[in-house]
Design a protein around this ligand. Structure first.
Ligand SMILES: Nc1ncnc2c1ncn2[C@@H]1O[C@H](COP(=O)(O)OP(=O)(O)OP(=O)(O)O)[C@@H](O)[C@H]1O
Ligand SMILES: [Mg+2]
Length: 246
């Protein structure tokens, strides 16, 4: 890692073609820069473009135009992804597999050597307190344990930048508290976290800064402390989104 920003996005545009005649403009020229060590909450209604941003950063889909760089490295360069961890919005697991074995395979896939595999897997299991469940088949996991397993795989490469797509979806208050603790530990270790979420009360508690994405445009960016000095994040969000009709 270097002194460059963990993530810089400039002029990102993305159109999905859904039929010969119709297309959806998912991103309309997005500019965004993350500061090192912050938790940035990207908020926005369903369909506002959050997942599209993450997929472009990871080079899973290509934008029509615009650029992104990760610690100064163009996002299309595979080296950029060496410093990124990612938890997708929806994940499919092989239920017959034990959590520990799933993590071993993930470690192999990202090039962790045989000699270091067990140690690194144990490290991430401990980081997200999955010791008990890791010996069990994934099909026996609660939603909360599955979410923690997803985060565990994202930590295997010691990422400097963590991209989380709706990590709290389906979690109960205890699971949410647990996730908050994990994220705040990671932040204390210097990890920058890009958190896409609908759970505004949670983002209010954990994020340093937020951006509001609406119809593929960033309509607001603010420090959370500046917002909460006057109102709840939820009220602020509703006001901003409501005053920007589609
Ligand atoms: N593969 C695709 N093909 C066509 N349209 C798509 C595709 N993926 C996303 N879209 C459209 O692009 C827009 C942005 O979708 P995206 O999934 O990025 O939004 P989102 O903010 O992540 O939504 P949510 O909060 O529901 O997860 C939406 O209008 C969606 O219907
Ligand atoms: Mg999404």
């Amino acid at each position: 890692m270097n002194d460059s920003a963990p993530l810089t996005i400039t002029g990102l545009r993305k159109t999905y073609r859904i039929s010969r005649k119709d297309k959806i403009e998912a991103l309309c020229g997005l500019d965004l820069t993350l500061k090192k060590g912050e938790i940035y909450g990207l908020l926005g209604p369903n369909g506002s473009g959050k997942t599209t941003v993450l997929k472009i950063i990871l080079d899973l889909i290509r934008p029509d135009s615009g650029n992104a760089s990760i610690f100064g490295i163009p996002h299309t360069n595979y080296l950029a992804r060496k410093s990124v961890g990612y938890t997708p919005e929806e994940a499919g697991f092989f239920g017959f597999m034990k959590g520990k074995d799933f993590l071993k395979i993930c470690a192999q896939l990202i090039g962790i050597s045989k000699a270091e595999n067990a140690r690194e897997v144990a490290r991430v299991i401990s980081a997200i307190s999955l010791e008990t469940e890791s010996e069990r088949k994934i099909k026996t996991y609660s939603k909360g344990a599955r979410q923690r397993l997803l985060i565990a795989q994202a930590l295997l490469n010691n990422p400097g930048l963590l991209l989380l797509d709706e990590p709290t979806s389906g979690l109960d208050p205890i699971g949410i508290n647990c996730l908050r603790e994990i994220l705040s530990n990671l932040k204390n270790e210097g990890v920058t976290i890009f958190l896409c979420s609908h759970l505004l009360t949670e983002v209010e508690k954990i994020a340093d800064r937020i951006g509001i994405l609406l119809n593929g445009m960033l309509i607001e960016e603010a420090e959370v402390s500046a917002i909460t000095a006057h109102s709840k994040l939820e009220d602020y969000f509703m006001q901003k989104v409501g005053s920007n009709p589609e």
